[in-house]
Design a protein around this ligand. Structure first.
Ligand code: NIG
Ligand code: FE
Length: 414
């Protein structure tokens, strides 16, 4: 096998050039290279430039030439920085009940809601969960998503959370997408826990956190801060322990009521996700902080709620990533590009803001500095779409899918 691969000519290569995470971006701010080539060494981008120049510079005995014969637009591999794709069962009944006007509490009372998925996920074997994650991650990969964050949070006991996180770890060894796991043991207080919210969080932090570290199951801790889940006052000491053990923090924040974003800011979280209920006060606080705001349009579509105020967040100078929140309850669609495009039309986002939201800014939401842009040194994760202009990708609102998906320098789907 040769040491280098040169791919091209690519009609249009488009990426954010700098790691610019905050504020509005115009399409003119994008790096666009026409008739481009990508020189790959191992799993990384070695050089990006004009294909004709690169072709003259390479050593043919060391380089495999991959010639493209059609018009292609190349953009970075997408990053879905918030999903719950480790689960068992369906919540189709919740969806029908919601649409017939039943409230969240009424649905929970008849056996629906998050607890329903906890029951179904607990009764699945670890291998079955692994299979489900691999299947969903592979379907994302076909749509150009080369990195997927995956949360636990449907186990809600030490053993069951471990089962989920081990299933995610095993799935990561099988799928070609990179899976980034997160512990969401603080999703809701499990019905069968003998104690209050504080006692539950103490048990998780004292008994589960050390195993997460020793088995290298995750370096990220998430919590659902909401009146129906965990109060901010419960979560501060929990996150303090997590930080002391060097976990990264992320928060399900301001989904139905404001409050979680302040917890995210005060604890130095990497991201605050949801934010559908954020007011100008939260938006301004987020914009002043280093916390990445993550919009989850799939949850708004699934629940019939307002979208995250993405335009206001960007206008205030905040950082905006976009993720699918794929889960069996509020966001069963699992189509990042389509959801980002829908958010774009309602929130008036530029194509550059959409692209950044699912590439470079999504990488920042996962604290990853090795991906999300097409520049030398980054992982060679990219998508080729059969079109000569990147506008077409967003204009088709998710219906134009990649013709080729490249992950770590290899063609993984075409
Ligand atoms: O991000 N908001 C809390 N958790 C998930 C929903 C999980 C579920 O309904 O199963 C979310 O939307
Ligand atoms: Fe979520």
């Amino acid at each position: 096998m040769k040491e280098y691969k040169l791919i091209g000519p690519i009609t249009q290569l488009v990426s954010l050039e700098k790691s610019n995470h905050k504020g509005s971006i115009k399409d003119e701010d994008l790096m666009i290279i026409k008739e481009a080539g990508i020189l790959i060494k191992g799993d990384k981008i070695d050089t990006i430039g004009a294909f004709s120049d690169l072709k003259n510079e390479i050593n043919p005995s060391q380089t495999e030439l991959i010639a493209l014969s059609s018009k292609y637009t190349c953009i970075p591999g997408f990053i879905d920085c918030h999903t719950h794709i480790c689960f068992s069962g369906s919540r189709a009944r919740d969806y029908a009940m919601r649409n017939s006007g039943k409230s969240y509490l009424e649905i929970a009372k008849t056996g629906g809601g998050i607890w329903d998925t906890v029951t179904q996920t607990r009764s699945a074997k670890q291998e079955q969960l692994t299979e489900g994650v691999v299947q969903r991650a592979n379907s994302l990969l076909k749509n150009g998503i080369t990195t997927v964050e995956v949360k636990s949070g449907y186990g809600l006991s030490i053993e069951e959370e471990l089962k989920m996180l081990r299933a995610i770890q095993n799935a990561n060894n099988t799928t070609k997408a990179d899976l980034i796991s997160t512990c969401l043991a603080a999703h809701i207080l499990p019905k069968d826990f003998n104690g209050n919210h504080i006692a539950y969080l103490e048990e998780i932090s004292n008994s589960l956190f050390p195993i997460l570290k020793s088995e290298k199951l995750t370096n990220r801790i998430d919590a659902f801060v909401e009146q129906s889940a965990f109060l901010a006052s419960d979560i501060y000491p929990y996150f303090k322990k997590a930080k002391a053990m060097n976990f990264d923090i992320t928060v399900h924040a301001d989904q139905f009521t404001p409050g979680g974003s302040e917890v995210a800011i005060k604890t130095g979280a990497i991201s605050a996700d949801h934010l559908e209920a954020s007011t100008q006060n939260e938006i301004d606080m987020l914009a002043k902080s280093d916390v990445i705001s993550v919009a989850l349009p799939g949850a708004s579509i699934g629940l019939g709620c307002d979208f995250t105020p993405a335009r206001k967040i960007l206008n205030a100078g905040g950082a905006l990533a976009i993720a699918s929140d794929w889960n069996p309850g509020s966001a069963p669609m699992g189509d990042l590009l389509m959801q980002a495009c829908i958010l774009g039309t309602f929130e008036k986002l530029s194509n550059a803001e959409l692209l950044a939201g699912i590439t470079s800014r999504a990488a920042a939401a996962l604290n990853l500095t090795d991906r999300g842009r097409l520049v030398p040194g980054m992982l060679a994760d990219f998508n080729l779409f059969q079109t000569d202009h990147f506008n077409e990708i967003f204009y088709h609102q998710g219906k134009l899918t990649p013709s080729q998906v490249w992950k770590k320098g290899d063609l993984v789907y075409q």
